[in-house]
Design a protein around this ligand. Structure first.
Ligand code: PEP
Length: 254
């Protein structure tokens, strides 16, 4: 059985002091849940102090990005080796990076490859825009994003995919549980075609896009959805704790 993962993408929010306060506000409650993996992805500058605060904790740490070169003259960038020193997870190919920082499929592929080589667990984000959705090309777009992102990747061990329809991110307009489940089922099928049924059954595929404590249950009840990548609601301790608790209850049918 796939262990559910709830990951919080804090985006460009929280100073170091605020990040530490937020971790303190959720740490004890999250640690009570042992059958759901939880990860938080604060901004780069908070990773080291948050790692220290999380020493010995079950809560995993993730970065929101990395650069694909190991080191060198890339002013302002952070490499996979630097991230791997501090984190277990790294978000790659988030739609905001694709949109605002011109990340192409090729760049995403290089980042996924660098992350895996460094022993990191990438959370690869894919998702269609509103126009693509309305044009009925969701599956075509996702299949292409998947194959470009994973070009020359032979082993998916450690990889998580997050299906994040761009129209649902930060809009307060999530997909329905059924829609997300159907699309994630398509993603799993595409992975089965490229990597075999075993890899497809083992890989975790999350839903992301306006998940909060009020709608989390709808997503977690779906068999194909293995957790969530949570943006806005991960900045509120009670919201994030509630999403994790609901996931535990539903996925393990207590
Ligand atoms: C995200 O940033 O990955 C995300 C899903 O954001 P939100 O939950 O705010 O829509």
């Amino acid at each position: 059985m796939r262990v559910p993962l709830i990951a919080g993408n804090w985006k460009m929010n929280t100073t170091v002091a605020e990040a530490l306060d937020l971790v303190r506000a959720m740490k004890d409650e999250l640690e009570k849940v042992t059958d759901v993996e939880t990860a938080i992805c604060p901004p780069f500058v908070s990773l080291a102090p948050v790692k220290e605060l999380l020493a010995g904790s079950t809560i995993k740490l993730g970065a929101q990005n990395l650069f694909f070169a190991e080191k060198g003259a890339y002013t302002g960038e952070i490499s996979s080796l630097m991230v791997a020193d501090l984190c277990e997870y790294v978000i790659i190919g988030h739609s905001e990076r694709r949109q605002y920082f011109n990340e192409t499929g090729d760049i995403v592929n290089k980042k996924v490859t660098a992350a895996l080589q460094a022993g990191l667990k990438p959370i690869l984000c894919i998702g269609e825009s509103l126009e693509e959705n309305e044009a009925g090309s969701t599956e075509e777009v996702l299949a292409e994003q998947l194959s470009l992102s994973l070009a020359a990747v032979v082993d998916l061990n450690g990889l998580t995919v997050a299906y994040e329809p761009v129209w649902a991110i930060g809009t307060g307009k999530p997909a329905t549980g059924e829609q997300a489940n159907g699309t994630i089922s398509f993603i799993r099928q595409s992975i089965a075609e490229a990597y075999g049924e075993k890899a497809a059954q083992e890989i975790r595929i999350l839903y992301g896009g306006s998940v909060n404590s009020a709608n989390a249950a709808e997503f977690m009840q779906q068999p194909e959805i293995d957790g969530a990548l949570v943006g806005g609601a991960s900045l509120k301790a009670n919201e994030f704790i509630s999403i994790v608790n609901q996931t535990s209850l539903i996925k393990h049918r207590k």
